[in-house]
Structure formats: structure tokens, C-alpha cells
Design a protein around this ligand. Structure first.
Ligand SMILES: [Mn+2]
Length: 200
């Protein structure tokens, strides 16, 4: 894991009767991921998020997978959103907005982010299958909803085109990573927070 004094990092531990999660995030990382959620496809998605956002991410989850994947995926979304918010701190100097069109074979996904401190999710996609591996496709929206609320971000995710559910979901995680990388990046011309209100 990359670690330096100026890196924006957060560690969150959250334990409920349904899940026990520890998560480390470095927004100024190099794309290193060490992830074990108990759901193979979800691990694949979180590693893609870290790799393409150039974040360092460590996640450990003990979830009630005996029930189903719902609590584990939703709660990781809550904790990842909390980590993003905590690592960002006062948001001084960041670009605030980020967007990306991510192609993956036949799939094209649009992601747009405003780190506005006002949670809002617009999610537009359909899936052909109920699940990819042990990951229920219904949980994609739930995951991003949880992030948008716990990180207090405006998040738009839209499938422009796509046939294959694995591609669609993976392209969403990668598009989210690329858009977030842009939104959290710094611009030396921004000397305070990028808002006429003076706070974000
Ligand atoms: Mn894949």
C-alpha cells in the first residue's frame, strides 16, 4: 500500500448483527487492492474500482451470506462512501466534478459525479440475468445508492448501450472509478472550495 504524509486516507470499521466490515481507502494511491468480501464477483468489481481509479483499497467483510448477498454489498457501499467522505476532508482544492464514458466491448456507461454534499442517485440500467456469480444484479443500484448517500455525492450512472450483464456492471464500477478520480483530483488554481457558497 502506498502511504505518504499528504495522502488522503481513511480507515472505517463498522460492525452490525449482519456484517462486520473493515475498510482502508487511499484516494492518492496507485491502484493496489486487497479485497475479500466473500463474494467473488464483488471482489472483482472492487479491485477494478481501485485499479482504474488509482485508489488503494483494502476490504475485509464477514457478512451474513447465509441469508444472501444483500447486506454485504449494501454495507460495503455505506462504508466505502463514508471512507470517501472522510478521506476528502474539507474538499479544499479539488475539482468537485468528474465524468467519464467507459466502453467495454459492446457496453458503454456514462458516470457523472458532483461531490456536492447533497446525496442524489440517478441510476438507469436493466439486467438480463438475476445474478452474476453470487452477486445479484439488483444489488448494483443498491450499492451505488448507498455510496451516494454515505459520501453525500450526486451520482449519475447510465447505461448508454450494453448486452452482457458482466460487462455492464464492470463498466459501471470502472466508470465510477474514473469519474471519482477526476472529481477528487486537485487543481492548483482552486485555492479554496469550488463553490460560490464557500463550502462543500
Ligand atoms: Mn470481468
Amino acid at each position: 500500500m502506498a502511504n505518504n504524509q499528504s495522502a488522503r486516507t481513511a480507515t472505517i470499521n463498522r460492525k452490525t448483527s449482519e456484517t462486520d466490515i473493515s475498510l482502508y481507502l487511499n484516494l492518492d494511491g496507485k491502484g493496489n487492492a486487497d479485497v475479500d468480501t466473500g463474494i467473488g464477483f464483488f471482489d472483482h468489481m472492487l479491485k477494478s474500482f481501485a485499479k482504474h481509479g488509482l485508489f488503494d483499497l483494502k476490504v475485509r467483510v464477514q457478512g451474513d451470506l447465509i441469508v444472501d448477498c444483500h447486506h454485504t454489498i449494501e454495507d460495503v457501499g455505506i462504508v466505502l462512501g463514508e471512507a470517501i467522505k472522510k478521506a476528502l476532508g474539507d474538499k479544499v482544492g479539488i475539482k468537485r466534478y468528474g465524468n467519464f464514458f467507459l466502453p467495454m466491448d459492446e457496453t458503454l456507461i456514462l458516470c457523472a459525479i458532483d461531490l456536492s454534499n447533497r446525496p442524489y442517485l440517478v441510476f438507469e440500467s436493466e439486467f438480463k440475468s438475476d445474478s452474476v456469480g453470487y452477486f445479484d444484479t439488483q444489488m448494483v443500484k443498491e450499492f451505488f445508492y448507498a455510496i451516494s448517500y454515505s459520501a453525500s455525492m450526486n451520482l449519475h450512472l447510465k447505461k448508454m448501450w450494453g448486452e452482457n450483464d458482466h460487462h455492464i456492471i464492470e463498466a459501471m464500477f470502472k466508470a465510477f472509478a474514473k469519474a471519482l478520480d477526476e472529481a477528487v483530483s486537485k487543481d492548483s488554481r482552486i485555492t479554496n472550495v469550488l463553490s460560490t457558497k464557500g463550502s462543500l
